[in-house]
Design a protein around this ligand. Structure first.
Ligand SMILES: *Cc1c(COP(=O)(O)O)cnc(C)c1O
Length: 432
């Protein structure tokens, strides 16, 4: 299968090229030329399958012509080494929990899959590949863990000093092996600028094979469709009124849901749930897309003012606002409301939401007031312990730290401190 650029449908690449390149040379995002259709009978059979079996089916539909079956099975089963259970909350409202992977956030699915697919493609390379990633927190931990001990790949995580949470910092500075953490004296924009400058540095690129692993990579996006099928299958009986609500920042997760819909997942409505960074809900209402600088919130993995996957959503609906606003509804919540939701659901149902999942839950419930009947699940994108301070503050009690987090917290961070001056990063990369 070929992958085209959202800026030019005639610019097409193989899967291997699209994965290694990340972004198309015209700055467009890669999209699969055709979206495979899953037969309804196979959909029904999925009710008897576990998440890994379902993932294999979807992976083969997308990548089966580009990767031999045995390799693809190994990549998929190795990547998907945890479950995404569907948990009933009340009425016909469910949580699809995506936080059971190594870093306790949904980004584990895409990052783990991409790491293994990239490793497969570079098998014949004579030199190691260097993955450079700028992170404000969650991406760094998912990528670092996803690529940990993957042969042939070294990962450099650039993060802003003092601006990621202690938990997040421990998650990517304590792994060792092929993962290096670079603490930059600057902000996230500085980290991104350094990575971009490195990619444009001809001399550096003649000495090293550089690639990125950011969330726009097609190998991170497409595996995210796996768990929507799992959520549907775990509902148990076929439903005609399925609604899926996705807490959104860069909109990769929602894009993957829409792709699952185009593959035949019978979803009546997609919901974009956001914090006050509401450019997409505003677009759905007004038809006008007005990107702006992001504002800081307690659901900080969704603090995005110009979501990179919006171009993919436009592309999937032929740039038609009427089609997009028919398929997707948008809801946004201020921090105080998010706190209120977390407290109320804990009290009423004994279920602890994280700040991101809280928006997804509430959007689903608010939407259900406008329609006759729904069966819906929202995505619980992170474990509440990852946002411990906020959650404990709301429920006035301590919460348990999952073992993997305790483990990371007990290890000593190892990091290299660099200035925000590109020369420092360049010298570092040349030296190692
Ligand atoms: C990344 C992230 C999101 C946003 O996902 P997108 O695919 O960028 O929309 C939501 N919640 C958590 C916990 C995240 O880490």
């Amino acid at each position: 299968m070929k992958y085209y650029s959202t800026r030019n449908r005639n610019l097409k690449k193989s899967l291997e090229e699209a994965v290694i390149q990340g972004l198309a040379e015209d700055n467009g995002l890669f999209m699969p030329e055709t979206i495979p259709i899953i037969e309804q009978s196979l959909l029904r059979n999925m009710q008897r399958m576990d998440f890994r079996e379902i993932s294999l089916i979807i992976a083969k539909n997308f990548f089966g012509t580009d990767v031999p079956t045995t390799d693809l099975e190994r990549i998929t089963l190795d990547a998907i080494n945890f479950d995404t259970p569907l948990v009933h909350l009340h009425d016909r409202i469910y949580a699809l929990e995506l936080f059971h992977g190594p870093t306790l956030a949904f980004k584990d699915v895409g990052a783990r899959f991409m790491a293994r697919l990239l490793s497969y493609f570079i098998k014949g390379y004579t030199r190691e590949v260097d993955v450079l990633v700028a992170t404000s927190g969650d991406t760094g931990s998912a990528v670092a863990n996803g690529f940990w001990k993957i042969p042939g790949i070294r990962v450099r995580i650039l993060y802003p000093k003092g601006l990621v949470s202690t938990i997040q910092e421990h998650q990517f500075t304590t792994l060792g092996e092929n993962i290096s953490a670079l603490e930059i004296s600057g902000n996230f924009d500085d980290c991104q600028r350094l990575v971009k400058t490195a990619f444009l540095d001809h001399e550096l690129n003649s000495r090293l094979t550089l690639t990125s692993a950011n969330s726009i990579n097609i190998a991170r996006l497409l595996p995210q469709s796996f768990y929507y099928f799992n959520g549907y299958a775990k509902l148990g009986s076929p439903t005609q009124d399925l609604v899926i609500s996705v807490p959104s920042g860069n909109f990769g997760n929602l894009t993957a849901a829409i792709i699952a819909g185009k593959m035949g997942l019978p979803c009546k409505k997609f919901i974009a749930a956001t914090n006050i960074n509401d450019v997409v809900p505003e677009y759905l209402q007004t038809g006008k897309y007005k990107p702006r600088p992001s504002k800081a919130t307690i659901a900080n993995a969704m603090d995005v003012g110009d979501p990179s996957n919006f171009d993919r959503i436009l592309d999937l609906f032929g740039h038609s606002h009427s089609k997009i606003s028919k398929a997707i509804s948008g809801y946004s919540y201020i921090d105080d409301k998010i706190r209120e939701i977390i407290g109320r659901i804990q009290k009423k149902y004994g279920y602890l939401l994280d700040p991101h999942g809280a928006t997804g839950y509430q959007a689903l419930v608010d939407h259900s007031h406008n329609v006759n009947s729904i069966t819906g699940f929202f995505i619980e994108t992170a474990h509440p312990a990852k946002f411990r301070d906020i959650v404990e503050d709301v429920i006035h009690k301590k919460i348990d730290m999952p073992l993997s987090l305790q483990d990371a917290m007990n290890r000593t961070p190892v990091k290299t401190k660099l200035s925000a001056d590109y020369k420092d990063l360049r010298d570092y990369l040349f030296a190692v």
